[in-house]
Structure formats: structure tokens, C-alpha cells
Write a protein that binds this ligand. Structure first.
Ligand code: MTE
Length: 330
């Protein structure tokens, strides 16, 4: 995502598009990849040389395992993407604009100790340690589809807590119509914040009924391990029926508010990134279609798959938007 140019770059290929996931991860030697590369044209190789693709050897270390995670019986899916798919191809502009930058640069972010300030229209506000926030809640693994506004998608086994369970503990009052979430602001640790790509810090928001919906998840882990920094450690949001940019990372502030918050991508380009940002194959981005998506981890020859309304969660969430014109509130 950039303000000027968000469309997938011509000649831009993903590691997972070059070699099938199985070849890529089961065979550490990049033979299959090399074979495929031989068949690619010079343009693609030039883009590899220019560093727009994660090197074949890219791998990220597993973080520590989380004890006592309970798999959800309801949110299970086949076709889960690999750890590498999920942790080497990221959007986290605080660490750079290339998909491989966060895995390379986010290691420097200090995520312990971590605290979250809760402010605004609630009875119990203040600064809470991450441990305080997590302590009462069982951690659950939920496998969700994830759809980026850039028209790629994957299937991710998140570990987290229903957002509503956490928010209710702060006793939001009747004026709390929205919830705003803010990412850490620290240009020393987050070099991307030294560039005026967005109006930092990164801010996102939900209507309170969206935030209280049982699908909205406050996430601390992936694949049974604590979140790697590039995926938004130590605490991030996942709203699976919305485009990925709503799923704000490394949260340090939660604010209950009477008015719709001003959110980062909406401020940067309101005609391209709405406040609602519900996945909707019927409403194109001004510069590309949203009807189909490219599954990360599949061969680059694989056909794009149809994007589903609300990313496949329409049965559960469409009632939130009854009577709303989803072309206007995009
Ligand atoms: N949160 C912050 N703070 N900064 C970001 O750049 N990018 C968003 C979202 N949350 C972003 C962010 C976008 S565009 C996407 S698609 C998802 O994070 C990517 O999450 P992932 O890297 O875990 O797949």
C-alpha cells in the first residue's frame, strides 16, 4: 500500500508464487525454485536482483511456543498457509515498504515490557500491562481467512482472545460508539516512522458493535507461537471480514469514543480506503478489481480465486450493516 501507487507492481513476484509451498518449505535447497526461475523471463529476474522478492533462503525463527492454547472447534479451515508464508511477506510500514522489510527490520522492536493505555468513554481507564490484559482470558486458536486490500490472501492460525471479552472489562459507557486502536510510535525503533508515508502513529478503528462482534480477535500469537514482531507483536487486532489494513499491529492505546476515529489509511486516501473496509468483491478499489484474489503460497500459475463477500463471513456479520449502502460506506 502506498499513497501514490498501490497496485501490485509489474513484474513483482512473491517467493510463494515461484515455487509451490511444499517445494519451498519441504526442500530447503532452492532447486525447485531455480528450475522455475530458468523458465522466467529477464524482467522477472531483474526484479529478483533488485531485491523486490524475499531471497530463497529467507526464513524466520520461530518464537517461543504458547502453553495451553485451545483450538477453536468452530473456526477451523484446511489449506492453512505455512509459517514462512505468514512471517516473511508482511505489511508493517513502520519497518519499511517492501514485503520483506518487516521480517528483516522488526526484530529491533522491544516488545517486553508492554503496556496498553485505555482511555475515553469507559469507566475503567488507565495503563494496563499486557499481562494484566491477558491474564483472565483463555487463549484460543482460530483459523481465519485474511484478505489484504492489495488483492492477496492467506489462511492463518491466529492465537488470541475475542476482542469483546477484553473490551467489556473496561466498562465502556453509553457514549462509546467507536473504538480506536493506536500502534506504538517510536521512530528510534521503527525507522519507517521517520518517513512521512502515513500520518504516524498508525491508527485504526471500529464501530463499537463491530468491535464487540465475536469474530473480532485480539491476537497474541500465530501457529501456537507468540507473534513474531513483523506480524504485530505483542498485541494486534484481527478483523477477518475486513481488509487487512484494519488489523492494526503492536497496539499501545485503546480509546472508546463517541465520534468515528480518523484512521491512517482513510486520512491518506479516503477515496481508496474507507473507514468500513469490509471485504467486498462487488466494489472495486479505484485502481484495481477486488473480485478475485491471489492466494499466497500457491504457484504463480495458479488462477486467482473469487473473493467472497465479507471474506466468507457474511452469515455472521452482514446483519451489522443492514440498511447501509455498502458502496457508499466502503
Ligand atoms: N499495522 C501497522 N501498525 N502498520 C502497518 O503498516 N499494515 C496493515 C495491517 N496492520 C499495517 C498494520 C496491512 S495493510 C495489512 S495487509 C496487515 O497489517 C498485514 O498483516 P500481516 O503482515 O500479519 O499479514
Amino acid at each position: 500500500m502506498t499513497r501514490k501507487r498501490m497496485s501490485p507492481r509489474a513484474g513483482h513476484i512473491l517467493p510463494s508464487e515461484i515455487t509451490s509451498e511444499r517445494d519451498y518449505f519441504d526442500k530447503p535447497s532452492p532447486i525447485a525454485r531455480r528450475d522455475v526461475l530458468k523458465t522466467l523471463g529477464g524482467g522477472m529476474l531483474a526484479s529478483l536482483a533488485a531485491g523486490s522478492v524475499t531471497p530463497a533462503t529467507a526464513a524466520t525463527e520461530r518464537t517461543a511456543k504458547i502453553a495451553g492454547v485451545k483450538p477453536s472447534s468452530r473456526y477451523r479451515l484446511d489449506d492453512v498457509n505455512s509459517w514462512e508464508d505468514i512471517t516473511t511477506y508482511n505489511n508493517f510500514y513502520e519497518f519499511g515498504l517492501d514485503k520483506s522489510d518487516p521480517a528483516r527490520n522488526a526484530g529491533r522492536m522491544k516488545v517486553k515490557p508492554w503496556s496498553v493505555e485505555v482511555t475515553g468513554e469507559a469507566d475503567k481507564t488507565g495503563v494496563f500491562t499486557l499481562e494484566d490484559i491477558l491474564r483472565p482470558h483463555p487463549l484460543e486458536e482460530r483459523i481465519y481467512r485474511f484478505r489484504c486490500v492489495e488483492a492477496w490472501s492467506r489462511v492463518v492460525p491466529w492465537v488470541g482472545i475475542p476482542l469483546a471479552d477484553v473490551l467489556k472489562r473496561f466498562d465502556p459507557n453509553s457514549r462509546a460508539k467507536y473504538v480506536e486502536f493506536t500502534t506504538l510510535m517510536d521512530p528510534m525503533q521503527m525507522p519507517g516512522q521517520r518517513r512521512a508515508v502515513l500520518d504516524w502513529p498508525y491508527v485504526e478503528g471500529l464501530r463499537i458493535d463491530e468491535a464487540m462482534h465475536p469474530l473480532a480477535l485480539l491476537v497474541v500469537g500465530v501457529y501456537g507461537h507468540w507473534l513474531p514482531n513483523q506480524n504485530g507483536a505483542p498485541l494486534r487486532l484481527i478483523v477477518p471480514w475486513k481488509y487487512g489494513f484494519k488489523s492494526v499491529k503492536s497496539i499501545v492505546r485503546i480509546r472508546f469514543t463517541a465520534r468515528q476515529p480518523r484512521t491512517s489509511w482513510n486520512l491518506a486516501a479516503s477515496n481508496e480506503y474507507g473507514f468500513y473496509a469490509n471485504v467486498n468483491p462487488a466494489v472495486d478499489h479505484p485502481r484495481w478489481s477486488q473480485a478475485k484474489e491471489r492466494r499466497i503460497g500457491q504457484s504463480f500459475l495458479a488462477p486467482r480465486v473469487d473473493t467472497l463477500a465479507f471474506n466468507g463471513y457474511a452469515d455472521e456479520v452482514s446483519s451489522l450493516y443492514r440498511g447501509m449502502d455498502l458502496r457508499r460506506f466502503y
